[in-house]
Design a protein around this ligand. Structure first.
Ligand code: X2X
Length: 338
């Protein structure tokens, strides 16, 4: 399927769902640099709200030379499709979970190792510091540019339409959707669950048709993608922390004039920080919001989950895969793992 066809067909679907973003700063044919940015997130999600602000500032500060059009909500296809489009240059920008990016840059999933991040006070110094720099250097080797500041996806929670997940034993044989990434599949296999790799663009329908019983995502995604309509139980597992890298096609990025690059980078990095604050603030009210939508929250003890992963050899296996240097860069911030 060509990009053109994909975009047309999905734009139609997007319009029906009210999922388009008004972009008054985009005037077709006017700007010197007309660029495209795509993502998988609902339009009301802080990722898109803050991206809109960044693109407005970028247009202003470049005196109209740069217009970046946003394609939210999988309008251009799944994460897998959009990653191909980014690599081929069909789109210039894309935000992607590091865990999914690991299909191209293996070390990019390292921050997703389960049950290692005590709090955001540990996460951001790592991702803004040496761990993030290490990952970005590997991303650059794959021909992509990652902006310094990562955007927050969040701490992930497990949900289910069939049975509540209270401890690791409840995951036995559980048909859980996971994003396409070896780390996710490996972790849920270690729990003896039955993980199925499905792109986010297909998650709502996979849950609705009960192809999958459950899934796991941060509260913001569960709320804005309306997963509460097709899921009943929400277990507060905080099992992984996940963030979005704001990525550019390396060739397209390096082809832009230095002054333009500076304005784009400055504004994307600023909006990333604003977006992180939004997620934190909204997390305070999501529990009440999702309960009002009919979800039942379950408090869980993370300890038995972690012990199960350890007993299954999960940490040892992934330390071996990432290598000692990367693992040390992680442990520098999380403290000793396993
Ligand atoms: O696919 C998911 O579950 C999501 C939305 O969290 C990611 O982008 C990894």
């Amino acid at each position: 399927m060509t990009l053109r066809t994909t975009r047309r067909s999905v734009l139609l679907a997007g319009t029906a769902a009210g999922a388009t973003i008004a972009m008054p700063w985009v005037a077709k044919g006017a700007a010197e640099f007309q660029l495209k940015y795509a993502n998988n997130s609902p339009t009301a999600h802080p990722l898109n709200v803050r991206a809109v602000e960044a693109m407005e500032r970028i247009k202003q500060e470049t005196n109209g030379r740069v217009e970046i059009q946003i394609f939210p909500n999988n309008q251009l296809g799944s994460d897998t499709d959009m990653l191909s489009q980014l690599r081929s240059g069909a789109i210039e920008f894309f935000t992607l979970s590091g865990l999914i990016l690991s299909t191209l840059v293996p070390v990019a999933s390292i921050n997703g190792i389960g049950f290692v991040w005590e709090s955001y006070d540990k996460v951001w110094p790592a991702m803004d510091g040496a761990l993030g720099a290490y990952i970005r250097a590997q991303i650059a080797k794959a021909g992509l540019h990652a902006f310094e500041r990562q955007w927050d996806n969040g701490y992930r929670q497990m949900t289910s339409s069939t049975r509540p997940i209270k401890g690791p034993d409840d995951l036995k044989g559980f048909k859980i959707r996971v994003p396409p990434s070896p780390l996710w599949t490996s972790m849920f296999k270690a729990f003896d669950a039955a993980p199925m790799s499905i792109n986010f663009s297909e998650v709502y329908s996979a849950l609705q048709t009960k192809v999958a019983e459950g899934q796991e995502n941060p509260l913001s995604i569960i709320f804005f993608a309306k997963l509460f309509e097709v899921q009943k139980y929400l277990s507060e597992t905080n099992h992984m922390w996940d963030g979005f890298w704001f990525l550019a096609n390396g060739k397209a990025w390096n082809g832009l004039p230095a002054d333009v690059r500076e304005v784009i980078a400055k504004n994307l990095n600023k909006s990333a920080l604003d977006q992180r604050t939004d997620i934190c603030k909204q997390n305070e009210t999501f529990k009440a919001d999702l309960t009002a939508k009919g979800m039942e929250f379950i408090k869980v003890d993370p300890k038995p989950f972690r012990e199960k992963l350890q007993a299954a050899g999960f940490y040892k296996e992934w330390k071996g895969k990432y290598g000692d240097e990367a693992w040390a860069a992680l442990e520098k911030f999380t403290g000793p793992i396993a």
